[in-house]
Ligand binder design. Sequence first.
Ligand code: NAG
Ligand code: NAG
Ligand code: NAG
Ligand code: NAG
Ligand code: NAG
Ligand code: NAG
Length: 828
Amino acid sequence: METFHLFTIFNALVFLQLFLKSYSNLIDTITPTQSITDGVTLVSSGQTFELGFFSPGSSKNRYIGIWYKATPEVVVWVANRNNPISHSYGELIITNQGNLLLLANQTRSIIIWSTNTSMVAKNPVAQILESGNLVVGDRDSLNSEVYVWQSFDYPTDNFLAGMKIGWNLKTGFERHLTSWKSNDDDDPSTGDFTWRLTLKGLPQLFIIMGTTRIIKFRSGPWNGVRFNGSPSTLAFPVFKFFLVSNEDEVYYSFRSNAESVITRVQVNSHGSMARLTLYNGSTQWSIMYEVPYEPCDGYGYCGANGICRINTDPFCECLKGFSPRSVEEWKMLNWSSGCVRKVPLDCQGRGDGFLKLEGVKFPDFLEFLSNKSMSLEECKEVCLKNCSCTAYANSDLEKGSGCMIWFGDLVDVRELRNKVSEENIYLRLPASEIKSNGDMQRKRRLKTVIIVSIIISSIFLLVLLLVMLYCVYWKTRSKMRGTRIDKEDELELPLFDLATIASATNNFSPEYLIGAGGFGDVYKGNLKTGQEIAVKRLSKNSGQGAEEFRNEVELLAKLQHRNLVALFGCCIQEEERMLIYEYMPNASLDHFIFDNARRKILGWEKEFDIIMGIARGLLYLHRDSKLQIIHRDLKASNILLDGNLNPKISDFGLARIFEGDEKETRTKRVVGTYGYMSPEYAIDGKFSVKSDVFSFGVLLLEILSGKRNRRFNHPDHHHNLVGHAWLLWNEGKALDLVDLHFEDTCNVDSAQVLKCVQVGLLCVQKFPCDRPTMSSIVYMLEDDATLPPPKQPGFFMERSSKENEDTISRNEEPCSLNSVTLTMANGR
Ligand SMILES: *[C@@H]1O[C@H](CO)[C@@H](O)[C@H](O)[C@H]1NC(C)=O
Ligand SMILES: *[C@@H]1O[C@H](CO)[C@@H](O)[C@H](O)[C@H]1NC(C)=O
Ligand SMILES: *[C@@H]1O[C@H](CO)[C@@H](O)[C@H](O)[C@H]1NC(C)=O
Ligand SMILES: *[C@@H]1O[C@H](CO)[C@@H](O)[C@H](O)[C@H]1NC(C)=O
Ligand SMILES: *[C@@H]1O[C@H](CO)[C@@H](O)[C@H](O)[C@H]1NC(C)=O
Ligand SMILES: *[C@@H]1O[C@H](CO)[C@@H](O)[C@H](O)[C@H]1NC(C)=O
């Protein structure tokens, strides 16, 4: 009996173990009693990464690797990259000491790959984390990030958020990426290219080829914000990269800022490095940037003492004071032999000077000296004292301090695409080269100079003549127009030039794009002065000439109100028309009101302030005596919020620019946004202050409900938000419209909320003449006015019922102008 019992218990245990083994594929952890066989995978807790056996592409070989569950073809890490298994009997186990072993087959005699850790874990487990890191450690200490081994320490060809590239200074341990042997032939074995951080001189990233150590690409030194010769991705908010440098370690890393976008860096078997992104829900990776990208990225492309400029043809020039070592080769566009000095350095006393080169990628640190405590002046002195010194610069680009001195040839210098003022080096030259460029050349050039000056002066005279003619023409034209603008209030509207704006926005780089609307794209820009701006690049079909545009912008610049976005100036160059605005850090209102979490931040009082602010801003636009502005595209995304969440209307007056001086109230071109447009505007193109009032009403109801008018859904009917509000109003349940988010704020004044709903409904009434003016609205919202009952709103129809579509308010009936009457509760 007893033996029988023991036997069944034993059997049950065996069964349980088998059960655990075979159903372990949905978990993220293995322990010594489990194993991963071919076909079984571990999946990280958030389903991002998967670990298991795979064969790359068309290969038959089996490897243990980690890949994105959404895009299994992207393998970010390979364990046995140099030791593939040719059959499917492999098994990954963890030993009782905490070693991961990849075994060839069940006989367990051949170890294909192991973590070979010397540290021992008491209760060992291996876990695949959401970051893509495979970690091994004690069950109890994994949460506190104490590992005996982790795959992030042994990267393959992919650099993920949280990984480190660089050095542990205490142990000398280096982490770097190594490409696959071939991405095209699906061979993950150790390839030719490494991507690593070097600390010689200043920290720099290199792509280096194999044992020959041929450099493919050098990032340039870390300047406190980025590597100065690498593409700028600073404004790309999805991830943030950084360099950590302290006594223990120096490494480069990045973290992800947005859960909806995954980014990684990959070094491929052709020796280039790319940053790739995957948007949530997508299965297509896109390349954000790749290096080497252009000829000037190639290491030492122009040879010693040459400088690569991407905007010149050919790209290579010798540095000032140098000439090609071989003119013949140089003529053949073979720059590899570089440049030599035209005139030797003086080296005696004060015979040499320095030429400042601005905005360059620093030469590589082949022979150098650096001293953090020396000033730039001391640096210069030290350089002058040693005849082999060729250049000096600040060694700390971030603080603009310290000293870096180069000896001998200057290699891999290029002009930066976006210059930052601190990135200057001082090139040592004999005095003769600095002052005169040499007498020989002077004589040779004298002739050209004379010819050029004659041409220039005749052009100058011609231009002068034209300007005078233009002035005369302008004066008569101004007189004919009457007093165009009074002299004293003629505003000095700053005109920005295209180069300034282009450099502030990194050449309108997509990373700086912060918005796009009907009139054009909006970029964030950083002026050299440190000021942040928003640049609206108008789409090219405004049809306005430069002068008309300028007049229009000058008029708009005069509109100044705390609830309007301030216009700083404009930029007019050839076809380009741009408006430069103050930059609003808190983005637009739609980010707040349609997002439950952010909405809570606002609270009712702030929301009411925002409603009032918009109303006042709009009133100002409508009532300003000189220039009645009808916005025509009022919507949540056109209300920007400043640092204190004060609302500011943006894009006002743009319709004017696009329509010219059109005074009629009917337009061929309907600008606006469905959902906010009044019926008479959307259908007949008629606009007036009352069409803005309609949009304001929609916006008001959206703020109250936290729902978009257009995408509004309700289980009981197919009306939009406005229709829904109207139904609730008629049922006497108007307060139901308002979201519950105000509940936790005790001082919500429900009478005030109700009044807002009523004002909103008054604004969206079908007939323009029924709608109140902005001044009435401000009054209604501010004071205890008794409001008239609203009539049926515009576009009141169920969206799915086709038969109603044609009958919307085409047959507008005249109505009494006085239909909105106010009764003041307390007469003053
Ligand atoms: C396991 O591998 C060894 C060596 O490669 C081989 O001799 C043996 O036949 C394999 N066993 C199985 C079951 O595949
Ligand atoms: C494991 O590490 C030891 C030294 O730490 C080394 O001698 C041995 O060759 C390594 N084994 C493998 C399989 O890498
Ligand atoms: C990503 O998309 C899924 C569905 O496509 C969604 O459930 C999830 O919330 C999204 N995550 C983020 C951070 O946007
Ligand atoms: C360029 O010139 C170097 C000698 O300076 C030579 O070795 C090399 O082959 C030349 N390259 C080409 C493409 O002609
Ligand atoms: C750096 O410069 C300072 C001032 O000239 C000098 O005292 C110091 O010894 C230098 N340090 C090194 C490491 O050369
Ligand atoms: C100049 O600097 C080089 C490189 O550091 C050094 O080898 C050489 O001794 C220095 N010469 C003098 C005269 O200081």
